[in-house]
Design a protein around this ligand. Structure first.
Ligand SMILES: [Ca+2]
Ligand SMILES: [Ca+2]
Ligand SMILES: [Ca+2]
Ligand SMILES: [Ca+2]
Ligand SMILES: [Zn+2]
Length: 533
């Protein structure tokens, strides 16, 4: 037994008790290495697979399954395409974009509104082009861990052998009639929703889980002329046969949070996760023309340029220009519990809970989400080489990871343990723990209670246990012969602490008398009426 002494710990000590943490220690690899203190600089090349959602949670950290299906243009998207049709005839001359000449009817629907295979093929190509454009824009701008990665999912090919979904009625331009019916052909469960928007949210969530993507959006495409539209931040866009690839590009901009910049739009409008102004809008507040407005993807037909206003709205603002957009340029957090350390045994132990941390959206109505994951952890002792550390569950790639760091020191004194957790954009958080390993206890013969003094308390212990067998040091057996007897009393007397008043040092002969009194004093008595020895 050794007295517990205080020991220092620098850093965060969690008051929270970590429950259910497995007790197996995850040993680090037995190799040390140097790492750059200003960044990992590992030179990773863009890798689209890296952007798939590999975490155990199937929605981004902090996101809601149904309501957060498209929040910004970062992470992996599944773009569901549903080609739909019905059997009705429509007056295709009554439309947004009139035919240029009668020859147009060779390439577009002028009669029965049905998709032909060649039409489907060319429109699929346009959707693919729009996805590629966004993906390439991201790749040329961003860190490999901060990419947008859109994958087009042609649902007709998967669920209807490539054929359009044919429903009773798809309505007129801008109508959403028939959308729920089309989803119901994929799974009747979707037909239970009265709102096509809600049905589409559920479909998006199901598909993103199935595809391991962070987000999903669905575009319903009708086989006649119309004016495409989209809901800001999802869940859908409406498309038509006459849409060029630019239209899909533009509508995806809305899905990522961007507003239109043409027409009557004004610069004081606010949108997106970063809650920013529509600075490239055609008009200033009040309607005066915005002289600084440029031709751009959210403003001008056929133009791909992304305005600064759109960059902010879709979450591509990168204030420090390190290629990691602000939304993902955050550091992990960690909370450590070192209460299981044993300074007397010189064992340092830290249970460390780590987590990604979303950038808090300035939009009070918006939740806070991130697609960052945790990708590596290291620790080092006394500023020596770093050692890799695996999380308790054995694999990185989650939004939260738990670690157990344990180290037994052979040398007493102060030790420093550094722990570092790194996320998928290479940002890390480091914490230093100071641990004081206690010296071996000095065993004083006669000090039964190990308080550093041989005094009346130890005498009491000997008294209580006098003549017992099978005794230990703490019972008063100081010569290890398993019995507490006069010999132990002698050892106690010989070591009577100098801190005591000299006059109180008992001689072995008088100790025997004292022992008798002590024994009575410490034994339970039924009655206090007869206090006699
Ligand atoms: Ca940045
Ligand atoms: Ca894990
Ligand atoms: Ca003592
Ligand atoms: Ca003994
Ligand atoms: Zn628009």
């Amino acid at each position: 037994m050794v007295a517990i002494r205080t020991w220092a710990l620098i850093g965060i000590i969690s008051a929270a008790v970590i429950i259910g943490l497995p007790h197996n220690l995850c040993q680090g690899e037995v190799l040390g290495f140097e790492i750059d203190d200003v960044g990992l600089g590992d030179g990773r090349q863009p890798n689209r697979n890296f952007m798939r959602n590999g975490s155990n949670d199937q929605v981004p950290f902090g996101a809601d399954s149904i309501y957060d299906t498209a929040e910004y243009a970062l992470g992996s998207y599944t773009h569901n395409i549903l080609f739909i049709q019905d059997d009705q005839l429509r007056d295709l001359d009554d439309r947004e974009h009139p035919k240029v000449s009668p020859d147009d009817c060779d390439t577009i629907n002028c009669g029965m509104v049905h998709w032909s295979q060649s039409m489907l093929d060319s429109r699929k190509q346009r959707v693919e082009e729009s996805a590629s454009y966004w993906n390439e824009e991201s790749e040329s701008r961003h860190h490999p861990g901060a990419q947008l990665d859109i994958t087009v999912h042609f649902t007709n090919d998967i669920y209807n052998e490539g054929a359009p979904f044919t429903v009773d009625d798809i309505g007129n331009t801008s109508s959403s009639v028939g959308f729920v019916d089309a989803l119901g052909l994929i799974d009747p469960d979707y037909a239970q929703y009265s709102s096509f928007s809600t049905a589409t949210r559920h479909f998006n969530d199901d598909i993103r889980r199935a595809k391991n993507s962070h987000w999903a959006v669905t575009t319903f495409i009708k086989p006649y002329y119309g004016r495409a539209s989209a809901s800001i931040n999802g869940p859908y866009t409406k498309g038509y046969e006459d849409d060029p690839s630019w239209t899909y590009l533009h509508e995806l901009g809305h899905i990522f949070g961007a507003l239109d910049e043409y027409g009557s739009h004004e610069t004081d409008e606010i949108s997106g996760y970063l809650h920013t102004h529509n600075t490239n809008a055609a008009n200033l507040p009040g309607g005066e023309p915005n002289e600084n407005s440029i031709s751009a993807v959210m403003k001008t037909h056929g133009v791909h340029t992304i305005s600064d206003g759109t960059l902010n709205a879709i979450g591509w603002r990168d204030t420090d220009e390190n290629t990691i957009p602000d939304i993902l340029d955050t550091n992990p957090t960690l909370i450590a519990d070192t209460s299981n350390s044993q300074p007397a045994e010189r064992i340092f132990q830290a249970q460390i809970n780590t987590s990604v941390s979303p950038l808090v959206s300035p939009d009070p109505a918006e939740g806070d989400y991130t697609i960052n994951t945790l990708t590596s952890a290291q620790y080092r002792v006394n500023r020596e080489l770093w050692t890799n550390l695996l999380p308790v569950d054995g694999d990185f790639g989650d939004y939260t990871e738990e670690f157990l760091v344990e180290r037994t020191f052979s040398i007493e004194g102060n030790h420093y343990i550094d722990f570092r957790i790194t996320n998928s954009v290479g940002n890390y958080t480091q914490q230093r723990f100071e641990f004081v390993a206690l010296p071996d206890p000095v065993v004083i013969p006669g000090d039964a209670n190990a308080d550093g003094l041989v005094d009346i308390t130890d005498l009491g212990i000997v008294g209580v246990n006098f003549n017992i067998t099978g005794a230990e040091f703490s019972d008063g057996d100081f010569n290890s012969d398993l019995i507490v007897d006069i010999e132990d009393l002698g050892i106690l007397g010989a070591n009577w602490s100098m801190a005591q008043e000299p006059s109180l040092v008992p001689e072995p002969t008088s100790l025997g008398l004292l022992i008798g009194a002590m024994g009575c004093l410490t034994r339970p008595r039924r009655s206090t009426d007869h206090f006699i020895s």
